[in-house]
Design a protein around this ligand. Structure first.
Ligand code: B12
Ligand code: SF4
Length: 494
């Protein structure tokens, strides 16, 4: 059979300015699930290709010869995934949908697919494709021994990809209330060090210059992380640049830091989240302000660039807390700031909580991307939070700081930063412009509800009133439907 997998990109991510920002910000890469499933199907004798819409426009005519189309969904690309599915289904194609969003919203996804697979699909993909399993919703059994899973096959990827993504684990031993991966990939599992090293050897042979550890928390098990790094150094599997996700506790282990430096783990995203200790405690972060400072100093000493991630809109944070956090990130000379608006992804505990408290104000999944406000925060009106997100970027990515980056990290990094500064400014103008001319624009709607939500936040009456985002009016909880019109009810789904 001819099988095509596609990872769609949301409307926001397909606009030219965003693509330009993507190009400046980092190197092209890929979600690994479709590449692994593709490899399993290729080995079973099928012809397989994979497309990533994030980096290249996809011509749907390419799917004319496909017998089956497999679509990966995360929440923000789900509406686009469904649109592609509907178009191709009209042409008679067999559609199978999987991924993290379809896993928690399978009922919703079945409206656009012949079959929906929830969870990690390695064990059953062949049977689903061959028609041995015919259920509309298929719950995939958990792969326990990760070493038995083949490596992602980059030869079937038809869109640009400069970086090999490696996941040495699945899931995370922690359980933050806003996190969706710890639920999707549960329980936490590790691959053997040998198996990881074999994968790196394979990417060296394929001449990949860049390699990322995309584990949710690469240093969760420090002993194992050190064993991987030692072998990378000894056996010559060091790449030009390697990004990874870590926690502030990595600074407690000097040997780990030295190995990271030697193995060229050059950029790390660390969840600083907030400078308000109450907020850190409320999300069970097990981290103090002095841990954050210690981590920043240690990374700078070992020339590892810090990408500081902040969560904006937590219940105990007000505008001043956010500003303080951004200023702090500037003082520790982080390489990048990644502000993320708290997002109630379906399937998470905060989604359930906010839904019960009637605090969710938007049902269009494409805005569930950590850059847009979809709920009423406790201490900040939604529009103010949205503005604060833009302001944080503006305050951090200044022209002056670009020259600082050039001085500390070289000309290439400096030029990238200046271009990013320009693209961000253009982006802000674009957002303002479209909000002025489009009546159903997301930001315009947020702005229009600002006075009502200001009152809600001040009084606070969250839970007694909810805002009907689609019709731009507030309603009493008593007269409001338990679920918004067109808003999928998760209780039916999971
Ligand atoms: C690599 C990665 C990226 C890369 C590449 C993504 C791309 N090209 O779109 C980059 C950095 C560009 C990226 C961008 C974004 N990402 Co991202 N990303 C990841 C990451 C770290 C790894 C993905 C991966 O390889 N997973 C491991 C493999 C084994 O799992 P998998 O791909 O899900 O595949 C399994 C199943 O899902 C299933 N499956 C997958 N596809 C299919 C298809 C079919 C037909 C079937 C049957 C089954 C199936 O079987 C697979 C094998 O077990 C995940 C975190 C994670 N742990 O998954 C976040 C993650 C998916 N990203 C996330 C987000 C929010 C984003 C952004 C919105 C961030 C932003 N603000 O810009 C953007 C959106 C991009 C877009 N396409 O629109 C969230 C999604 C949350 C959610 N519930 O929606 C995640 C979960 C991170 C997180 N902790 O919250 N991302
Ligand atoms: S530490 Fe990170 S990956 Fe782990 S549960 Fe918390 S947010 Fe999710």
């Amino acid at each position: 059979m001819n099988i095509i997998f596609v990872t769609p990109a949301s409307d926001i991510r397909r606009n030219l300015l965003y693509r330009l920002g993507n190009f400046i910000y980092g190197h092209t890469n890929s979600v690994t699930g479709p590449l692994i499933l593709g490899k399993i199907l290729k080995d079973a004798g099928h012809q397989v290709s994979v497309y990533e819409e994030l980096y290249q426009r996809i011509d749907l005519k390419k799917f004319d010869d496909a017998d089956v189309v497999g679509i990966y969904t995360m929440t923000s690309n789900a509406p686009r995934a469904y649109r592609i599915a509907d178009i191709l289904r009209k042409k008679g194609k067999r559609i199978i949908i999987g991924g993290i969003h379809a896993t928690v919203m399978p009922q919703e996804a079945t409206e656009h697919a012949d079959q929906v697979v929830t969870g990690e699909a390695e064990m059953i993909i062949n049977d689903v494709i061959n028609g041995k399993i015919r259920d509309r919703i298929v719950h995939a059994p958990l792969p326990i021994n990760l070493d038995e899973i083949p490596f992602p096959d980059y030869s079937i990827l038809k869109t640009p990809c400069k970086t090999a993504n490696v996941l040495t684990t699945r899931g995370c031993p922690f359980d933050c209330s806003f996190c969706s991966t710890s639920r999707m990939f549960s329980p936490y599992r590790e691959r053997s060090v040998d198996n990881v090293i074999n994968e790196l050897r394979y990417y060296k042979k394929l001449c990949f210059k860049y390699m990322n550890f995309e584990d949710d928390n690469f240093t969760a098990n420090k002993k194992r992380a050190k064993a991987i790094l030692r072998r990378m150094i000894d056996e010559g599997f060091v790449f030009r640049e390697t990004f990874f996700f870590g926690r502030t506790d990595l600074a407690d282990d000097e040997e780990l830091l030295c190995l990271m430096e030697k193995a060229n783990l050059s950029r790390v995203l660390v969840g600083i989240e907030s400078l308000n200790q109450k907020s850190l405690d409320s999300i069970n972060k097990h981290q103090t302000i002095s841990d954050i400072k210690k981590c920043a100093e240690a990374l700078s000493r070992h020339k590892i660039r810090l990408i500081a991630s902040l969560v904006l809109g937590m219940d105990d944070d007000n505008i001043d807390d956010i500003r303080q956090s951004v200023n702090f990130v500037r003082t520790i000379e982080a390489y990048q700031l990644q502000p993320a608006i708290l997002t109630p992804f379906p399937g998470t505990r905060i989604y359930e909580k906010y839904k019960e408290e009637k605090r969710i104000i938007n049902n269009d999944w494409q805005y569930y991307d950590m850059m847009n406000v979809n709920f009423i925060p406790k201490l900040i009106p939604p529009w103010e939070l949205q503005k604060e997100f833009f302001k944080s970027l503006k305050r951090f990515y200044t022209l002056r700081s670009s020259f600082g980056i050039m001085k500390n990290f070289g000309i290439e990094s400096g030029i990238r930063r200046i271009l990013l500064f320009l693209v961000l400014r253009l982006g802000f103008i674009g957002i303002f412009f479209f909000a002025m001319i489009e009546s159903d624009n997301f930001y315009r709607k947020l702005w229009k509800m600002k006075n009502k939500t200001k009152r809600l936040v001040r009084e606070p009456k969250i839970g007694s009133v909810f805002y009907d985002f689609q019709n731009s009016k507030t309603q009493d909880v008593k007269s409001s439907p338990s679920v918004w019109p067109g808003y999928p009810d998760k209780t039916e789904d999971v």
